[in-house]
Design a protein around this ligand. Structure first.
Ligand code: BG6
Length: 454
């Protein structure tokens, strides 16, 4: 008897990026500035003005993605292309850009997977309202979401609200929020987190109202954590860290209410966020259709290192694992651990929308990069996805981070992730030409065999 493949027909294969890490054209087409454009450029790193010039070169890139066999590609919409100041009337030129982009993808058999918000708030909303600290920005986000759902609903089925929403507590700047004038910074952090949940739930509601069959995810970055030892203290410390790192968010997305391990703590401290009338019902009635994660690495949690209440301070590297140059531990089994855990808790389909390894690379004399380390990394992770699926987990797509190289989140171009090398340096844009790395043909045959040939 022949063994049937664990990966079903129609599984989504491709890559994932964002608008600001690829598009460039930061002030073209009527686009307003975003908080990313205003970020100071660190010494020796890139600004965001050109990125890989996807705005002008997307046809060439999509032709390469088609050659690899992609049937999905994730990017984000730049809010400030659609609403240059974040409010007022939409900018038709910005709307048309994404119409053309999505049409080009669809004409090449690639479905757009779209993130509404990937840390690039229109700058004006940060200055005027302190970003998502204000409910005004939640309402403006709702308006933006409704505008793009109405416009692209027929072209886009899979949506994500916020990229890696579980970073909100620790990275308020990604939500355009400054803590400078906060009386109680921790309370502000939870209030912004609450506001982001409300914005998320409103977007779920709007999609379901406006787009029949539209599928909305809540997304987290899933850094798997293990107890640093079998000491019961480490086990409980790890459990508590995981609650704050991922479970809190997924519980709200999937169950539509705050978990008691969070509310008990916030009530005890007197910093429960303010719920406006109707918030609890909104969360309850607008749960997600699927769960989406990025996965890169794992860590351990040591009870010894936990400082007071700051449970995340216990995170410490795993001596059993190798890491890349940036200290991100390579752990394919950690991905399977996270998939099994999420599926057991929520029974929702899972879409892996980022996975990959950043490496410093240069073209060799044959104008390619022999990136066997990337092939190994991806092969081992896909293998674990297959094992998780054999063990009953429902995964319906796998997207690598990057397709062409792109600017890393910290502003470095030399941390490369793509199957396609882009000829530019940090500040030297060179000619931005595209070259296939060795992994290009490897991923092509992975997709062609629907994950059989790794
Ligand atoms: C995710 C983000 O955290 O990881 C991306 O969604 C980011 O924006 C990616 O680029 C890889 O991280 P980095 O820091 O290597 O770019």
């Amino acid at each position: 008897m022949t063994k049937t493949s664990v990966i079903p027909e129609g599984f989504l294969w491709g890559g994932a990026v964002t608008s600001f890490q690829t598009e460039g054209a930061w002030d073209e087409g009527g686009k307003g500035p975003s908080i990313v454009d205003a970020r100071p450029v660190k010494e020796g790193q890139s600004d965001w003005k050109t990125a890989v010039d996807f705005y002008h070169r997307y046809k060439e890139d999509i032709a390469l993605f088609k050659e690899m066999g992609f049937n999905a590609y994730r990017t984000s919409i730049s809010w400030s292309r659609i609403f240059p100041d974040g409010e007022g009337e939409p900018n038709e030129e910005g709307l048309q850009f994404y119409d053309d982009l999505f049409d080009e993808m669809l004409a090449n058999g690639i479905q757009p997977v779209i993130t509404l918000y990937h840390f690039d708030l229109p700058l004006q909303l940060a200055k005027k309202y302190n970003g998502f600290a204000s409910r005004k920005v939640v309402d403006l986000f709702d308006k933006y979401a409704r505008t793009v759902f109405a416009r692209y609903g027929e072209k886009v089925k899979y949506w994500l609200t916020f990229n890696e929403q579980n970073l909100v507590l620790t990275n308020l700047q990604y939500w355009g929020v400054s803590t400078d004038e906060a009386d109680n910074e921790e309370a502000l952090r939870y209030q912004v987190t609450h506001n982001s949940f409300i914005a998320h739930a409103k977007a779920v509601k709007a999609l379901h109202e406006l787009v029949p069959g539209g599928q909305m995810a809540g997304m987290v970055t899933y850094m798997t954590t293990y107890p640093n030892s079998c000491l019961p203290e480490d086990v409980i410390a790890n459990m508590k860290a995981k609650e704050l790192l991922v479970d809190f968010y997924l519980d709200v997305f999937a169950n539509g209410e705050y978990p008691s391990y969070v509310t008990s703590n916030l009530q005890r401290k007197g910093i429960m966020p303010h719920f406006e009338e109707g918030d609890a019902e909104l969360l309850k009635e607008n749960t997600v259709d699927y769960i989406s994660i990025s996965y890169y690495q794992s860590q351990t949690v040591s009870s010894e290192k936990v400082k007071e209440d700051a449970i995340i301070s216990g995170i410490t590297p795993n001596p059993n694992l190798k890491a890349n140059e940036w200290g991100w531990a390579i752990d394919p089994i950690g991905l399977r651990v996270s998939l099994k855990d999420m599926y057991a808790r929520y029974r929702l389909p899972i879409f892996i929308t980022e996975n990959g390894i950043g490496v410093r690379e240069e073209l060799n004399e044959n104008n390619t990069v022999e990136d066997d380390y990337r092939i190994d990394y991806l092969r081992n992770h896909i293998n674990q996805v297959k094992l998780a699926m054999e063990e009953g987990v429902e995964v319906f797509g796998y997207l690598t981070w990057g397709s062409t190289d792109l600017i890393s989140s910290g502003g470095q171009f030399e941390k490369r992730y793509g199957f396609i090398y882009v000829n530019r340096g940090e500040s030297d844009l060179r000619d931005l030409k595209r070259y296939k790395k060795k992994s290009f043909n490897w991923y092509k045959q992975v997709i062609a065999t629907n994950g059989e040939n790794l």
